[in-house]
Design a binder for this molecule. Sequence first.
Ligand code: ATP
Ligand code: MG
Length: 341
Amino acid sequence: MNEKTDDIILAFESSADETSAAVVKNGNTILSNVVATQIASHQRFGGIVPEVASRHHLEWINRVTEEALTKAGINDPERQLSAVAATYGPGLVGSLLVGLMAGKTFAMVHHLPFIAVNHLAGHISAANFVKATVYPALAIMVSGGHTELLWMEKENTFQIIGTTLDDAAGEAFDKVGRILGLKYPAGKEIQEMAGHGKAVIKFPIAHTEDDFDFSFSGLKSSVLNYVHHHEQVSEEFNRNDVAASFQKAVVEAITEKSRLAIEKFQPKQLLLGGGVAANLALRTAFENLSKEYKIELTEAPIKLSGDNAAMIGAAAYLNYKQRLFAPLDLNVDPSLNFARM
Ligand SMILES: Nc1ncnc2c1ncn2[C@@H]1O[C@H](COP(=O)(O)OP(=O)(O)OP(=O)(O)O)[C@@H](O)[C@H]1O
Ligand SMILES: [Mg+2]
């Protein structure tokens, strides 16, 4: 039984289409991490339907909370827990509200401090389950809604060095998936198709003027043009080659911008997080970059790359150490982001 020699946090995540509750010890040990996914409900629409998502969260939030507490052996929250945390942005307003309300209510009822977590800090903190970070660090945050190079001068500080000017990397995977007739979300399936294909098609990699920013919409358009052209003239094409060529272009764009950032900022550590961090080609490219520059790389475990509350618990612990608690009248912030450097 914990006598608060350990700091145990109950965390909630509901920013998009995963309803999740987790119990995390000392920011680096998962006692439970329950994730209810709604992907099947959104697949026929080819993306997340916000109203459907919030209804699902409402249906699932109590069940995932109970399961997370039971699995972690928490039967006396006030005595066993140190704090309660929830994602307050960025994400869909109706979805965020469910997890935030659950977190604030649980904190209030059990007289526990409440911690508000930035979802993107959560994705990066998934790496803390592997090992502690050395600073300054360069974090590469690649997800369904964001693609950011972040400078972390010290723990729990994030400055945007570069970001996407249009689509996020995961969004590009999902849009190309739709062009290829795949189900949403398509990242994993494109990776599998790429494994059976050859990257022989030259899709352009955007070179934005600002050194560290990304652009993926031109790449998506050229995949669309390639596929439409071949369909219109009834010419056979290899869909696996399209997947492999597209994936290679995305991986190159992300690694090349990261290389520039490494050379300019000289980080002591690289962190890779976000849903797209599950991509094996991207992981291999970063493992090579890490060897080349002799900078240690910590990747979010594949199982914790997508949305889950354990990563929110890991990020919350960094706030907990600094006693950064949030008031219970805090509202969601759907477009929350970090500041530019
Ligand atoms: N193996 C993979 N290769 C490439 N992309 C992947 C892979 N696995 C998942 N993805 C992509 O990751 C994205 C989901 O990531 P995540 O859950 O972090 O996004 P999100 O939470 O919707 O967005 P954000 O975190 O920006 O709010 C989807 O676009 C999905 O296609
Ligand atoms: Mg996410």
